[in-house]
Write a new protein. Structure first.
Lengths: 113, 116
């Protein structure tokens, strides 16, 4: 079935380190891909998205490229800050299935000063 | 705009009790969804709605009921609470326009439920 797999956490980095969180998916058709972020004690908010192959989503220094050939949507940031500490979720929606997100298990990131 | 609001923030129930989790949005969104978040499992879809009067089941619907009588509100009812329903519940909404699968979903702050 359709699914999303993320690298397991927690991930602990020092401030200004490079971040990669791996995400791969299995889906029929051409999904839209999303990264959502959940800060402590809050709901989820969109970080970035890409809706077709080779699109790059970017926001707040984070980037992810929709790779159809490897069915991946890895999240990267060149220099993380303490304020980036959060849980990151990779997710997809299938074509004609708006409102129905399929989530990965989430990756907790902790950034130390 | 208040966005997506959820009440209560926290609730403790005893096994067998019933309750309703409230969700409201003021963005005139057609699509609304309920998810539950459990450790190591991400979020899973319980029920969703593509407009007033229209609802359908998600991945984990057992033990939950929904109805959508207005565009703004989408309550989630637990019929007879079980410890397995201990979780954090999130409501989300989106516009539901053409190309809805590309749309951002907006999430509420969540309801933390403990069933003893």
């Amino acid at each position: 079935g359709d699914s999303v797999t993320q690298m397991e956490g927690p991930v602990t980095l020092s401030e200004e380190a490079f971040l990669t969180i791996n995400c791969t998916y299995t889906a029929t058709g051409y999904p839209s891909l999303f990264w959502y972020v959940q800060y402590p004690g809050e709901g989820l908010q969109l970080l970035l998205k890409a809706t077709k192959a080779d699109d790059k989503g970017s926001n707040k220094g984070f980037e992810a490229t929709y790779r159809k050939e490897t069915t991946s949507f890895h999240l990267e940031k060149g220099s993380v800050q303490v304020s980036d500490s959060a849980v990151y979720f990779c997710a997809l929606t299938l074509y004609n299935q708006g409102g129905k997100l399929i989530f990965g298990q989430g990756t907790e990131l902790s950034v130390k000063p | 705009n208040a966005g997506v609001t959820q009440t209560p923030k926290f609730q403790v129930l005893k096994t067998g009790q019933s309750m309703t989790l409230q969700c409201a949005q003021d963005m005139n969104h057609e699509y609304m969804s309920w998810y539950r978040q459990d450790p190591g499992m991400g979020l899973r879809l319980i029920h969703y709605s593509v407009g007033a009067g229209i609802t359908d089941q998600g991945e984990v619907p057992n033990g939950y009921n929904v109805s959508r009588s207005t565009t703004e509100d989408f309550p989630l009812r637990l019929l007879s609470a079980a410890p397995s329903q201990t979780s954090v519940y999130f409501c989300a909404s989106s516009y539901g326009l053409a190309g809805a699968h590309q749309e951002t979903q907006y999430f509420g702050p969540g309801t933390r439920l403990l069933v003893l």
